[in-house]
Design a protein around this ligand. Structure first.
Ligand SMILES: [Cu+2]
Length: 137
C-alpha cells in the first residue's frame, strides 16, 4: 500500500501480450493465505521477472523492499503494517497491488545485488507471515 503510483506492469490471466525487454531471470511467485513462496530465493543481479500467481482465497499484493533487515523483522506500525516508504533502511523498489484470487501478474525489475524483503502488506497479512527473504548476488 502506498499513496503514489509506481510502475507496476500487470498482466491479468489470459492476457499474455507484450514483448518488452526480456528478463535475465524469471522467478515464480506464489501468493496464498498467508505465505509467499518463490521458485528461487537467490538469483544473480540483472533484469528479474516475477511471475506472480495468487492462489487465494484472499486478495493479496506483492511488495519488493530493498533492506538489510530480515523479512520477518521489519518494523510495523500500530496496524501491523510495514512502513514501506518512510522507515529508515527500507527502500520501496516497486509493488503490484490488488492481485485478485486466482489472478496472475508480472513485475519486471532491474535489481542490484543485495538483500530484499518480499511482502504482502495488506492489513494483518504481514503479521500472518506473508513475507519472504530474497537475495540478489
Ligand atoms: Cu496478502
Amino acid at each position: 500500500m502506498k499513496a503514489t503510483g509506481g510502475l507496476a506492469i500487470v498482466a491479468l490471466a489470459g492476457c499474455t501480450g507484450g514483448s518488452g525487454p526480456s528478463a535475465d531471470t524469471t522467478v515464480d511467485v506464489t501468493l496464498s493465505d498467508f505465505k509467499i513462496e518463490l521458485s528461487d530465493s537467490s538469483v544473480s543481479a540483472g533484469r528479474i521477472q516475477f511471475d506472480i500467481t495468487n492462489m487465494g482465497p484472499s486478495l493479496h499484493e506483492f511488495v519488493v523492499l530493498k533492506t538489510e533487515i530480515m523479512a520477518g523483522e521489519l518494523p510495523t506500525d500500530e496496524d501491523g503494517a510495514v512502513d514501506e516508504a518512510g522507515a529508515e533502511g527500507i527502500e520501496l523498489v516497486d509493488e503490484v497491488e490488488d492481485i485478485e484470487d486466482e489472478a496472475t501478474a508480472t513485475l519486471t525489475l532491474d535489481l542490484d545485488a543485495g538483500h530484499y524483503a518480499l511482502i504482502c502488506n495488506l492489513p494483518s497479512h504481514y503479521e500472518l507471515r506473508m513475507f519472504t527473504d530474497f537475495v540478489v548476488t
